[in-house]
Design a protein around this ligand. Sequence first.
Ligand code: 5GP
Length: 213
Amino acid sequence: MVVKEYVTYNQVHKLCQEAAPRILEQFNPQLMIAIGGGGYVPARILRSFLKRPGSHNIPIQAIGLSLYEELPSQYPSGRNTPGEPEQPGTKVTRTQWLDLTSLGEMENLVGKRILIVDEVDDTRTTLEYAVKELEKDVEIARQKLGGKGEKTVFSVFVLHNKNKEKKGQLPEDMLNENRYLAARTTGDVWICYPWEAVDIDEHDKLAEKQPAN
Ligand code: 5GP
């Protein structure tokens, strides 16, 4: 049986708040790229804590990647039940990406410190895809600019990293240079995030009943 762990909005908020000083100190991002849908809320919360007095908010760009689109066979109606573990797909599909035709948008990424934000690092397939593809696209943009400009430095923030064997890999330099941060490391459980809940009061009650961690 899959063990579920319920996480509340309050906890998500505090995980972002707690991580922010380290993110500022270690990565000092100029831009965030949120992987949708799970990365959107954490990125937005994080932005409030990364804002320095007198400076602008850090812009957030969104990409959509999907690995868990296939619906579990026990829901033949084609409808998923909120909070139920989803069947992992094997292929990452892009549901939304940066506008590669807009040189302005791509130019914006060249030479920047960029923080990629997602909610959970499970098999790492999605993160591997995101980092590889973004690195590739940014290099193409840099070349279009005549090969000028500093290298773009990517870092990653997730709320939860599951301590398990990973299928995907992150670049070695990212790991060696500590450009990967997980607010919490969990076992191989299914984490129920508040934005997936249909009944948020019930969700919060279930979270409250759990042993504190
Ligand atoms: P990965 O590519 O690391 O296997 O999975 C990434 C995506 O799978 C996440 O962004 C998320 O959408 C989904 N996912 C994996 N594990 C969980 C989990 O425990 N809870 C929820 N809600 N989604 C998960």
